[in-house]
Design a binder for this molecule. Sequence first.
Ligand SMILES: O=P(O)(O)O[C@H]1[C@H](O)[C@@H](OP(=O)(O)O)[C@H](OP(=O)(O)O)[C@@H](OP(=O)(O)O)[C@H]1O
Ligand SMILES: Nc1ncnc2c1ncn2[C@@H]1O[C@H](COP(=O)(O)OP(=O)(O)O)[C@@H](O)[C@H]1O
Ligand SMILES: [Mg+2]
Ligand SMILES: [Mg+2]
Length: 282
Amino acid sequence: MFVAIDQNRPLSDQGPFDIVLHKLTGKEWRQILEDYWEKHPEVTVLDPPGAIQHLNNRQSMLQDVADLNLSDCYGRVGVPKQLVITKDPSSITHAVDRAGLTFPIVAKPLVVDGSAKSHELSLAFDQYSLSMLEPPLVLQEFVNHGGVLFKVYIVGEAIKVVRRFSLPDVDESQVLNNAGVFRFPRVSCAAASADDADLDPAVAELPPRPLLERLAKELRWRLGLRLFNIDIIRKHGIRDQYYVIDINYFPGYGKMPGYEQIFTDFLLSLMKSKYKRRSSNS
Ligand SMILES: O=P(O)(O)O[C@H]1[C@H](O)[C@@H](OP(=O)(O)O)[C@H](OP(=O)(O)O)[C@@H](OP(=O)(O)O)[C@H]1O
Ligand SMILES: Nc1ncnc2c1ncn2[C@@H]1O[C@H](COP(=O)(O)OP(=O)(O)O)[C@@H](O)[C@H]1O
Ligand SMILES: [Mg+2]
Ligand SMILES: [Mg+2]
């Protein structure tokens, strides 16, 4: 049975729970959940607030992917060259120069808090426009990827990949002939599924399954999360070079094909392993 939690009442009065499923952040909620968990360690919290917090900052979000530096016979997975700017827009040009970032550059708000503003994206074509950006930001090299991205949904052990339209490639002449900052509202919300589109096969080909399985397994473990998705792009023209550009906690699973079965199986498997553990301990 599912019971909606009332945030204004003590959690202990609303249980007992087998699983607490949530997508809330904030200090207060974190404290409530951690206090409850301390008193009821048998409850499964999906997912622990400390682990979720790691994804609320676009720098720490990709740190594990960078540390992992995954490379095997199926491909390489990295993070686009990036830089964090916390203050002073006038220092951005110098910082970009020093870090050797090439244009165009994608600017993303450093903190992701679920607001529309935290998903606003800017594309800067030249160094003069950099001072128009508003820190705190993550600046990333724009990677041409054929205008298609792969959304890799993870639900416990299950993985499902879909194609989505993304920002189109930018060629050198566009970089030379464009100036200023181009602002985009939430790109992925506007992006349609590209699963049935008539695409260049080299662009449409899904990342190899074994590579995604390794990546998902490692990130599940390193992030300590079971419910998330990963935005992956493949460098246009380089078949085995992949970049992770975004990781989202508890994304809209409604857009994942077959989510009803996958989600139900996941919850049941958690319960099964819990009862198995209990009966072997007694
Ligand atoms: O970051 P928060 O605000 O918690 O919101 C999430 C993520 O942003 C998701 O990905 P992204 O960051 O890539 O936009 C988005 O999924 P999609 O990109 O699959 O749409 C979800 O959309 P909904 O399905 O609308 O909930 C949304 O709930
Ligand atoms: N480094 C990049 N190179 C190319 N395109 C990018 C890059 N970063 C983001 N994008 C594009 O911008 C979109 C939004 O960026 P993303 O990091 O996923 O933020 P959000 O959390 O708002 O979805 C992506 O879905 C992709 O289309
Ligand atoms: Mg995204
Ligand atoms: Mg995101």
